[in-house]
Design a protein around this ligand. Structure first.
Ligand SMILES: [Zn+2]
Length: 247
């Protein structure tokens, strides 16, 4: 479940990410009036089997069955903050009705990893940004992290820039040739590039094995956020909460 909103007096409009139909919206009749069984199955940290009745204007939830309940998640405000952030990004970047098994499994993995592990601040931050990188890759915004976007040459680790608009690295020669037009491009240090490659190439679950120097986490976060925000409209509402929780 991505989010729920009140609808008329007694109903609720749910936004769900489903395996078979991607992101959908469906109305649950009367779910605010009573603590119906269905409402209990439609909490954020559950995987639920839902039956949808197609409506003329809006689809309706016709039935639900809880499949997996990640019980540890709502016990920790840090984990709630992490998941609120990731689910908001999922909502903002995806369109309705486009099924994608890889994205469904990415969200499922996120819930599992967060449920099973103790997460420090650095780990939580890293997990959220790896989620963003993987999600953007699946949506067709895969960043180029080995070749210069301009001259297509394989690059080393030194003297590089990251271009968020085009999603990838540019070598210093190409930056110089373009008259140092570094607008929208930021310098990337070797450890940050190494960390970015690692996050991009490691499986989502494999992130626990990655070691990233604490001083690299912040610049990596700035780079991924800049890349993300280039593709997002408006603010990320849960971002503030995310930082408040860890302050
Ligand atoms: Zn180049």
């Amino acid at each position: 479940m991505i989010k729920k909103e009140p609808w008329r007096e007694f109903d609720r409009l749910y936004t769900l990410y489903t395996l078979e139909a991607g992101k959908i919206q469906a109305l649950a009749k009367g779910s605010r009036r009573s603590l119906s069984r269905m409402a209990a199955h439609l909490e954020p940290f559950l995987i639920t089997d839902v039956m949808i009745a197609r409506g003329r204007q809006i689809d309706r939830l016709a039935g639900s069955d809880e499949v997996i309940n990640y019980k540890n998640l709502d016990q920790s405000i840090e984990k709630v903050a992490l998941l609120s952030y990731c689910l908001e990004i999922l909502d903002k970047l995806t369109s309705y009705g486009q099924a994608d098994k890889k994205i469904f499994n990415l969200v499922k993995d996120l819930l599992e990893v967060a449920d099973e592990n103790h997460l420090s601040y650095e780990r939580t931050l890293l997990l959220s940004r790896i989620f963003v990188l993987k999600l953007m890759t699946y949506l067709g915004y895969e960043p180029e992290v080995h070749e210069c976007l301009e001259c297509k040459r394989k690059v080393g680790e030194e003297g590089l820039y990251f271009n968020s608009a085009r999603g990838g690295i540019v070598c210093s020669e190409c930056v110089q040739n373009s008259g140092n037009q570094v607008l929208g491009q930021m310098a990337v240090t070797a450890p940050v590039l190494r960390a970015l490659r690692n996050c991009h190439e490691t499986s989502f679950r494999g992130f626990l094995e990655i070691y990233i120097m604490p001083e690299t986490v912040k610049p990596l976060e700035i780079l991924i956020d800049d890349f993300l925000k280039y593709h997002l409209d408006g603010d990320i509402r849960s971002e503030k909460y995310f930082y408040q929780v860890f302050a």
